[in-house]
Design a protein around this ligand. Structure first.
Ligand code: FA5
Length: 339
């Protein structure tokens, strides 16, 4: 019986050493030392042995089981350490690889630059080449910067031209980029030559040329002797760079409380005129609000609808596509716009 036990122990130890991985080791464990295992079986028969054999056989069987269990734990530790050491080979991921869906999409890699973002980048470069600084302004504005300092007091009918999203604390989502003019004048003295390209918000009735979240490019230049001629030069240069040379443009007298005189510029689009921007000479009241002496300095300002310029450039028929989130629309701009 003792010889048999010894042979069983040797057999179990050899099986442990030969187990190549976790599942193989689990199988060895249950074959020899599991509840119904062969060594456990010997221990269960000890009670039926003649009394003088029970002690030595029981002791030897217990020792054999403990030796096999210890060998199993040691082997398990070795297998885990070996797997860890090998992790770099078996488990590596290429973190730079695009997800499978994006790879499959139109056989190209990753996402695309949104057409608005692409045009914003182009415009910023053009303005930079004409010596303009790029400024940012907050989306959440106060009444003074969005309206009051721009010569639109509380009861002014011009407020109705820009239906406003008011916030419960009395602030608002900026309805245009013109507040950045005021902020720039407050922050620095002339000459000021700056642009701000960013998002604006209006509680609009939506149609093919009106969104409630859209983008404007504000440009302004304040110095001694600035005239309408300077403004037209900058606008013409910008539009020539962005659109075809043969684009038709017209300037109409118009009213904005913060400029005098004021104009609107239209461009032809699909056989009709589309309003693209408002512009004019900065009103003396606005210069004063920005801490600038209107008897010494003059300035021009314009506010251009970026979404509409993208429509013109790419022949997009409805402004609502831009914020609609439809990837089929955005993928059309994949070629050549990646950045
Ligand atoms: C303004 O917002 C003035 N701040 C522009 C300005 C600046 C005038 C400086 C004078 C001096 P207006 O509301 O017209 O003006 O908007 C300017 C341009 O934004 C429009 O010509 C149009 O191109 C675009 N725009 C206006 N409303 C929308 C809209 N709901 N959806 C898309 N584009 C719009």
């Amino acid at each position: 019986m003792l010889d048999e036990l010894q042979a069983l122990e040797q057999e179990a130890l050899a099986a442990v050493a030969a187990a190549a991985d976790g599942p193989a080791l689990d199988a060895v464990q249950s074959e020899y030392v599991g509840k119904k295992g062969r060594l456990s079986g010997v221990l269960r028969t000890v009670g039926s042995l003649p009394p003088e054999q029970r002690g030595p056989v029981g002791k030897a069987a217990n020792l054999a089981r403990r030796a096999v269990e210890a060998a199993i734990e040691a082997r398990r530790g070795d297998l885990i350490a070996a797997a860890d050491a090998n992790l770099g080979e078996t488990e590596w991921v290429d973190a730079t690889l695009p997800p499978p869906a994006a790879r499959a999409a139109a056989g190209r890699l990753g996402g695309t630059v949104h057409p608005i973002t692409a045009l914003v980048r182009d415009m910023e470069e053009i303005f930079l080449s004409m010596g303009f600084d790029t400024l940012d302004g907050p989306w959440v504005e106060d009444d003074r910067h969005n309206f009051g300092a721009l010569n639109i007091p509380a009861d002014h009918p011009a407020r109705d031209m820009q239906d406003t999203y008011w916030l419960s604390d009395g602030n608002l989502l900026r309805t245009h980029t013109s507040p950045v003019q005021v902020r720039a004048m407050e922050a620095s003295a002339p000459p000021i030559r700056a642009v701000c390209l960013g998002r604006v918000f209006r509680h609009e009735e939506l149609d093919a040329t009106h969104e409630n979240t859209f983008h404007q490019a504000e440009g302004f230049f304040v110095d001694r002797g600035v005239s309408v001629g300077h403004m037209l030069y900058v606008l013409r240069t910008l539009l020539r760079e962005i659109l075809d040379d043969d684009v038709q443009v017209r300037l109409r007298p118009s009213y904005f409380p913060f400029v005098e005189p004021g104009f609107e510029m239209d461009v032809t689009f699909r056989g009709k005129w589309m309003e693209l921007l408002g512009c004019g000479m900065v009103h003396p009241y606005v210069l004063e609000q920005g801490g600038i002496d209107p008897s010494v300095y003059s300035g021009f300002a314009f506010g251009l609808g970026i979404d509409r310029l993208v429509m013109l450039k790419h022949g997009v028929e409805d402004v609502r596509h831009f914020m609609g989130g439809d990837l089929r629309f955005l993928r059309q701009f994949a070629g050549g716009l990646e950045g």
